[in-house]
Each structure stands twice: as structure tokens, then as C-alpha cells.
Design a protein around this ligand. Structure first.
Ligand code: ZN
Ligand code: ZN
Length: 655
């Protein structure tokens, strides 16, 4: 007897092994085994068993050594899930499969334990007629085959309570439910609050640092299909559920749901939809400000949208927002108006938040007179100044790769004198310290955020306990605005938010504004200040009208410029120390991908010119079907010597 085995390695193939006679009865598809692989014994997974092998007779076939599981830990559902992930986002099949059942969790597949009847303490909240109607509708979808729903509505409109009552129904029907949040700390806090309601024995917060003993208990429960509620960040989507009835994404629009740094690559929205389809379950994406991707699927009738209209909380009429011009002059990022507001807050012992998106802008080129940035005539993205080692000095569009000379005329004021600007959050901190020596300032951006999950919460605690007055940070710093002491938020440079090379910039900016508005409108003296070179941009207007209008306008723009969700996008990042190898490899990838691409953008250089490893990326626009072929083709391509490349489907990170 022979079998095919995959390992948790970055090789996209299986390996043939012979099965010794004494192990034949135990080797089945889906069990883990150990076998000699490279210099040592390695845990692998059996993907195929057959009486014969297609390998030539003269090849020596190694034998597997031990069988680790009595029963398959991988069912057919996980194999098809892995196949879907590979087709959609690419990656080596062994690594994808092992991400679905961690090799270190030695759990047993047991017989289910006897079930006790369940009683839950419901929240004492009474639903409004609108909430009741939506709950009844979603409840009718449970155990009614696959449904994919977008539950939208303003903050505090009862979305979460509707979800929790559905969870209650799932648990009392002995089913499994999954609730996902954008980050682990938020998931842990949420899980703790749910233990009271659903009982400690049913609520699990899944994260990688879970103790081994907990992991064992947890995995047995999940893989045996016993009732449970799992609360987690995106990795919860990979767990081996056996009886998933309901899966929910809270804050669906959050970028953290895309896993593109580590393997396996996936977007939780598509992953959970697929799994709900497999389990004939209900999938709900929940959001105050839904992503364009899910709104597009609503348009295409792949998702049903149900909306709540009323909020529980009364917003205070004192909330104000204002767009103020930026200073053109180089030394200051903060306008006099903003400085006055910050002073007012400092004196009133209230906290403030300043957000500056600076990723990819270490060298933006701006008009010295009015602060307007030089932009690409093709696509409108802010240009970056680039100096090469060969002495070339030019401007480049990081979105489409077009080059421009340094001779620019300001479209706003016709001035011809430009300057390149560095300066990000650190510059604001320096500026604040100069104006307000007594101010206690915290900085929160990708440089200071070593542990991405913990710091936002820590900063929030410091604000709550009045140990800080101002937080300056990138978009991630929005966490700080959750503190009740924050009554003023400012966007330091809206131009950078709106005209970034990222095609999702306007959408993300609108979501940021709405989130800030929602938080500030319930605070005494809540104010939002936006520093911008132009006041008539649609995300601003939508602050008065509503997110839907803004999303509709953005949808039109995406369609006319042919960007996702209307097309698929595949990014290939190529790396090498040697510039000519880098160019050759890029050209090779381009020629392989060209037949599947509607359009190719780039190559666009990234990183600093002093970097030893040179990097550039290509962006391919393609349709859904061709995208799968393209991914497959690129997946099979081996990197040339001394070069590396990485494929990202539907990229969120462009820098
Ligand atoms: Zn100007
Ligand atoms: Zn461009």
C-alpha cells in the first residue's frame, strides 16, 4: 500500500510514501503520520491512499514511521476548504492544510459527551418593533440552508444584541457559533463579557497563546461538533468546526480581516462565506460602515442586506465638525484653529486625538504656497519624489508607475515652487511640545506599535485614567477615541488620506470619519476637525448626509476607473539584491501573467534607495475567473536564483 503525504513546508506538492504492512489498517486519508522528510522525521498529513504507485520501479520509496491519529482529524470539508483557499489566494497546499489543524494540538476525536439541557440568562433589553422583525427574519434563516446577510445600521442600533440572541438559539439547538472581531484583545474582552450570559463552559476565546491544556479541550469540543461559541480574531475562521450553524463578522469593513503577511493568505469574509455554504449555515457580516466589497455583493444579489435605522443612544446636539485649510508653510502641520481647540481641551482637562496617515509619504512633493500635493495626471494619486543612485531625480506615481519631472505647477494656486516633505507623527509631537510644554503626549503608529494588539488598549487606559492629554498616531490610533475623555479628534492632513496611492483611500477615510463622528457625537463638546486643502470632497459632505451616499459615490468611481470590487487585483512583490536580476524576474513574471491580465500597473519601486534588498511590485487587474488561473500559474512558477516573489490577491497593503 502507498500513500501521498503533504508537509507544513513552502513546497506546493505532495510526496509518495510506502505504508508498512503493520500500519495499513490505520493509514487513512486525513490522519497525521510521521515520516522521514529531509534529515529528520516530520509530521505529515495523508491526502491519498492507493494500492499502487505511479512512481518508477527503480525509485526507492521511503516508508512512513508512525500514525498519530486513530481517526482522521481532517474531514472532507477541510480538504475542500483548503482547495478553495488555494484557488482563491494561492499558497502551498501543505501549509494551508496544516493551518486548519495545528500540528502541535494533539487532541482526540472522541464520542460526544452527553448533553445537558441549556438555559441562558437573556439580557433584559426589550427589542423595538424594527429589531424584533429583523431578529425573527434572521432566526428563520438558522437551519434553513446557506444564507449570507449584511446586517447594517448605525452604531448602537442593536446589531450586536440581535446577533447574541441568535447565538442563544444556536447553542440551545446544540450548534456551534463563531463571532469574529478585528483584533485579539477586543475578542478577549468580548468573550469575557459573554461568559456571564452563556456560561463559561460554552464560551471560548480562541487565540494562539492559549494554554496547551485549554487547546486540547477546545479542539476536541470543536472537532466533535459539540455546542460552543467561539470568539476570536480572523484566525477563528480556520478552526475545524463540525457543526457550524452561525458565523458572524463584527466590523466587517476592518482591514485586519485580510491575512496577507503570513500564510495562509485569506480574507475572512470570503472564507466564512465558503464555510457557511459547506455547513449550510447562516453567515452575517455586521457593520456601521460596510465595505464596498460586501455592498457590491448586495448589488449582485449574492448577499441580502438587512438594515436597522434607529439608534438607542441619544446623540448630543453639541457635536460639530469643521474643515480647515492646512498651512502651506513648511514648519507647521497644525493650523492656528486646531491649536486653539487643543488649548481649550487641555485647559478643560479633556483629551484629544490627532490622526496623520503617513505611510508611503516620506517624500511627498507639495506646493510651498498652499500645501497642495503634486498628483498623478493619470490616476490622481499623490506623487513621491525619488532619487536614484545614478543621480536621477523625478516624481513617481506609486499607484500606476508613471514618472514626472520636478517642474510642477500647483493646480490650486499656480505657484511653481515645490518641496518634498518628510515628517509624520513625530513632527506633530515635536510641534505640540513646542506650543504646549506641559502637554502629556503619546504617540501611536507603526513604529511604536511593536505589539499591534495590546498598545491601542494600553493607550486608551492611560487616557481613561488621565495620564495623558493627547494621542498622535496613524489610523490605528482611532482606538484612543474610545476613551470617554476624548472630545476632540483631528485629521491632520486629509489630502494624504484621500489621494493616497491606495485605491481604497476614500472608502477607508469615510469609514474613519464616520467612526470618529459616532464616538464624538455622544460626548460633551465633541468636535471633529479636518485639515484639508479642499473642502468639497464627498466624504466630508457625507458626514452630514450619511455613509450610504458616500459609499454609492465611491462605487461609481471604482466602476469608472475599473478598480475592485469590479475587477480582481493581484499584486506580485519581487525582491532581489541585484537590480538587473530584479528587472529580469519582473519581466518574466509579467510575461507569464500577461495572458490573464486585463491591465498591468507598474512596476512600482518601493522602499528607500539605500535598502540593500530592492523591491518592486506589479499589479494585475483581472476578472474572477482569470484571477484563479493567474494565481495558479504564478503559484507554479519557481523564483529564479537570488530573487524572491510574493503573490497577494486583493491586496490591502501597497507599500
Ligand atoms: Zn499651491
Ligand atoms: Zn498614477
Amino acid at each position: 500500500m502507498f500513500c501521498k503525504v503533504v508537509f507544513d513546508v513552502p513546497l506546493d506538492r505532495d510526496f509518495d510514501y510506502a505504508v508498512p504492512a503493520e500500519l495499513e489498517s490505520r493509514v487513512k486519508v486525513g490522519v497525521r503520520i510521521t515520516a522521514p522528510f529531509g534529515p529528520m522525521l516530520t509530521t505529515g498529513l495523508v491526502t491519498e491512499v492507493s494500492p499502487t504507485t505511479s512512481l518508477a520501479q527503480n525509485i526507492l520509496i521511503k516508508e512512513i514511521v508512525t500514525v498519530l491519529d486513530d481517526k482522521p482529524v481532517f474531514g472532507s470539508d477541510l480538504f475542500s476548504l483548503a482547495g478553495f483557499m488555494k484557488k482563491t489566494w494561492g499558497g502551498p497546499i501543505g501549509q494551508i492544510l496544516f493551518s486548519l489543524v495545528p500540528p502541535q494540538a494533539f487532541f482526540k476525536v472522541n464520542l460526544p459527551e452527553p448533553l445537558a439541557p441549556m438555559h441562558f440568562s437573556s439580557a433584559d433589553l426589550t427589542f423595538t418593533a424594527e429589531q424584533e422583525k429583523i431578529f425573527e427574519k434572521l432566526f428563520s434563516y438558522l437551519n434553513d440552508g446557506y444564507h449570507r446577510v449584511l446586517l447594517s445600521g448605525p452604531a448602537k442600533s442593536g446589531k450586536t444584541e440581535i446577533i447574541l440572541r441568535l447565538v442563544e438559539k444556536v447553542l440551545s439547538g446544540y450548534g456551534q457559533a463563531l463571532l469574529t472581531l478585528p483584533d485579539v484583545i477586543a475578542a478577549q474582552n468580548f468573550a469575557l463579557s459573554l461568559e456571564k450570559r452563556f456560561g463559561k463552559e460554552y464560551v471560548f476565546c480562541w487565540h494562539s497563546r492559549m494554554l496547551i491544556s485549554q487547546k486540547k479541550k477546545f479542539f476536541s469540543r470543536i472537532s466533535n461538533g459539540l455546542p460552543c461559541l467561539v470568539v476570536s480574531a480572523r484566525s477563528g475562521g480556520l478552526l475545524p468546526f463540525k457543526n457550524l450553524r452561525l458565523s458572524v463578522m463584527l466590523e466587517e469593513e476592518n482591514d485586519n480581516y485580510k491575512q496577507e503577511e503570513n500564510k495562509p493568505y485569506f480574507h475572512l469574509r470570503d472564507l466564512l462565506s465558503y464555510r457557511a455554504m459547506q455547513h449550510e449555515a447562516l453567515f452575517i457580516a455586521c457593520s456601521d460602515t460596510p465595505s464596498l466589497e460586501i455592498l457590491y455583493s448586495v448589488q449582485n444579489q449574492e448577499t441580502e442586506q438587512v438594515s436597522l435605522s434607529k439608534t438607542f443612544s441619544n446623540s448630543l446636539s453639541t457635536f460639530q465638525w469643521k474643515v480647515t485649510p492646512k498651512k502651506g508653510e513648511k514648519s507647521s502641520l497644525l493650523s492656528d484653529f486646531l491649536l486653539a481647540q487643543l488649548k481649550e481641551n487641555l485647559e478643560a482637562k479633556q483629551a484629544s486625538l490627532i490622526i496623520l496617515n503617513r505611510r508611503g509619504y516620506s517624500n511627498a512633493y507639495y506646493c510651498l504656497n498652499c500645501g497642495t500635493y503634486a498628483k498623478c495626471q493619470g490616476c490622481g494619486a499623490i506623487l513621491a519624489r525619488e532619487k536614484t543612485a545614478g543621480g536621477e531625480d523625478y516624481l513617481i506615481c506609486k499607484k500606476c508607475g508613471k514618472k514626472y519631472s520636478l517642474d510642477q505647477t500647483c493646480p490650486q494656486c499656480q505657484n511653481k515652487i515645490f518641496k518634498s516633505r518628510g515628517g509624520g507623527t513625530q513632527k506633530i509631537v515635536t510641534e505640540l511640545a513646542k506650543h504646549f510644554p506641559e502637554m502629556r503626549i503619546l504617540r501611536l503608529d507603526s513604529d511604536t506599535l511593536k505589539n499591534k494588539d495590546g498598545q491601542g488598549h494600553q493607550v486608551r487606559r492611560m487616557l481613561d485614567t488621565a495620564q495623558a492629554d493627547v494621542v498622535v498616531g496613524t489610523r490605528q490610533a482611532i482606538e484612543a477615541a474610545l476613551s470617554h475623555r476624548v472630545s476632540l479628534a483631528a485629521i491632520a492632513d486629509a489630502d494624504l488620506e484621500l489621494d493616497s496611492p491606495d485605491f481604497r483611500a476614500s472608502e477607508k477615510f469615510a469609514q474613519l470619519l464616520f467612526k470618529l463622528k459616532n464616538l464624538l457625537k455622544v460626548r460633551q463638546n465633541g468636535r471633529l476637525i479636518i485639515q484639508s486643502s479642499s473642502a468639497d470632497v464627498y466624504p466630508f459632505e457625507a458626514l452630514s448626509t450619511g455613509y450610504e451616499d458616500c459609499a454609492a459615490e465611491e462605487m461609481l468611481a471604482r466602476e469608472s476607473f475599473v478598480y475592485p470590487p469590479f475587477v480582481k487585483m493581484v499584486k506580485v512583490l519581487v525582491k532581489s539584491k541585484d537590480k538587473s536580476l530584479l528587472q529580469a524576474e519582473t519581466a518574466r513574471i509579467m510575461s507569464v501573467a500577461a495572458p490573464f491580465a486585463l491591465e498591468t500597473l507598474g512596476p512600482v519601486y518601493t522602499g528607500k534607495k539605500t535598502d540593500i534588498i530592492k523591491k518592486q511590485y506589479l499589479l494585475f487587474k483581472t476578472d474572477l475567473q482569470k484571477c484563479n488561473f493567474l494565481v495558479n500559474e504564478l503559484d507554479r512558477l519557481k523564483a529564479s536564483k537570488k530573487t524572491e516573489f510574493k503573490i497577494t490577491v486583493d491586496p490591502y497593503d501597497f507599500y
